[in-house]
Design a binder for this molecule. Structure first.
Ligand SMILES: *Cc1c(COP(=O)(O)O)cnc(C)c1O
Length: 435
């Protein structure tokens, strides 16, 4: 592992690390990107998106029953795709190099029940576990779906304890669905988790365990304690394929929403997607899903805070989860609590390094500026972490990426992924909107 003493050697070996260590906002382009191939289309263990989609379709009736607020989507955990023209024009007017093209917001802050992108991965993983238990117990067949609101299922699930480490939103997602199913659930929260998220979780029936350390500490403690329990099941944000697959299913939604909007995606009409990135699971899953459906017509970029560039450092050094930002003297302190992660996911980075087009970083001031710009121009409120994708077009159009790939900027459809903020209480929201 690097120490402060040999930082200079690291920078000599990987010059791109220099500005990252100095906390400067950077735009990094992945020169080792692969072409999308059959080989990349299934996950280890041959899990496929098709299976994932069928599974969630089977369980939509239960979700509808358990969470009346998802009724509108017919039991589907889906969010709108909205063009944000006023925001786009506003940002273009600020810039001295205005560009053509269209910008959409994928509104996962508006996902039902959990109010963040974590609903996608989290619900999929916990429902999969519940399903497996019910099949093993002989209560349902493999291809059936259980009505988990019935007492016999609750009695079974109540024997088990789900554990998860979180900076906030994953905890909310796992906590809410697990408690609803009747599991006991322990959420190990990092020190930067917001009070209102803990309060809400307790109110939903989850057990909140507060850690003094950051996300890395919370997840290690949660993993050790949960795996030490024979009836424990740990949702492991640093390794989970289930979470990853759950996130990837968003690609089907994008596909039909673009179709409805009459937007073509192909080599000459590329789709540029900008995703806020923590451990890399949610942006990685979404990217992998989109690449499965659209191939190399999708160009995927991740956004990280200058103080938490964990996936970026893993990729630049090639050391992935074996390095954390603290190894390089970076503190992992940011108001973007959803992205306050010092070490990337081992599983996700293996895929990200092959498919991601680039990663950029931005500082907290930019996040707050974007948050207010979006609210002022579109009347859409999202949490600081969720804003990081909004600056993507400016960052990438300002790089050499388009000329390198011979892309005509006016033909690009941009999607900024808004990853959370739907459950923020009014007082927290007003505080964030203050100039
Ligand atoms: C968790 C989260 C992310 C990033 O997801 P990872 O899987 O950690 O990369 C982005 N935005 C918000 C709001 C989140 O909660």
């Amino acid at each position: 592992m690097p120490t402060f003493k040999n930082l200079d050697e690291w920078i000599k070996k990987f010059p791109e690390l220099g500005p990252v260590i100095n906390l400067e906002p950077v735009t990094w382009i992945n020169r080792e990107k692969w072409k999308m191939s059959e080989e990349l289309k299934s996950l280890p263990g041959n899990i496929s998106m098709e299976d994932g989609r069928r599974f969630m379709d089977r369980y939509s009736f239960y979700l509808e029953k358990a969470f009346p607020e998802v009724l509108e989507g017919g039991g589907k955990i889906i969010s709108p795709l909205r063009e944000i023209k006023t925001f786009w024009n506003f940002r273009n007017n600020l810039s001295n190099t205005p560009v053509d093209g269209r910008l959409f917001l994928k509104c996962d802050h508006a996902l039902p029940v959990a109010g963040s992108i974590k609903a996608r991965g989290g619900f999929f993983e916990v429902l999969s576990f519940a399903h497996r238990l019910a099949v093993k117990e002989g209560l349902i067949g493999e291809e059936e779906a259980g009505d988990f609101s019935l007492p016999k299922f609750k009695a079974l699930f109540s024997k088990y304890c789900i554990g998860v480490g979180s900076t906030g939103n994953l905890g909310l997602s796992i906590g809410i669905i697990s408690a609803k199913l009747g599991f006991r659930v322990n959420v190990y929260m990092s020190h930067d988790a917001k009070e209102w998220k803990k309060d809400l979780l307790r109110q939903k029936g989850a057990n909140v365990i507060e850690e003094k350390g950051d996300f890395g500490v919370a997840i290690s403690k949660g993993r050790a304690e949960t795996l030490g329990n024979p009836y424990g099941y740990f949702v492991d944000d640093e390794n989970s394929k289930k979470l990853f697959l759950g996130y990837s299913l968003a690609a089907y939604e994008i596909q039909s929403q673009l179709q409805e909007a009459g937007i073509l995606v192909n080599k000459d009409h590329p789709l540029f997607v900008y995703s806020p990135c923590g451990v890399g699971g949610s942006p990685g899953g979404v990217m992998w899903g989109l690449k499965n459906l659209f191939g190399d017509a999708v160009h995927s970029f991740f956004a990280e805070p200058t103080h938490s560039p964990s996936v970026l450092m893993g990729l630049i050094t090639g050391k992935m989860e074996r390095v954390c930002v603290q190894d390089f003297g970076i503190d992992n302190h940011t108001e973007a609590d959803g992205l306050a992660v010092g070490r990337p996911s081992a599983f996700a980075t293996g895929i990200i390094k092959k498919l991601v087009s680039g990663i950029y970083t931005l500082n907290d001031n930019s996040l707050f500026e974007l948050l207010r710009n979006l609210y002022d121009t579109e009347n859409i409120f999202i949490e600081p972490s969720a804003t990081a994708g909004l600056i993507g077009p400016e960052k990438i159009l300002g790089s050499t990426y388009l000329s390198d790939h011979k892309i005509d900027p006016s033909k690009i459809t941009h999607i900024a992924w808004s990853t959370g903020g739907g459950l923020l209480p009014a007082n927290v929201r007003n505080e964030l909107l203050k100039p």
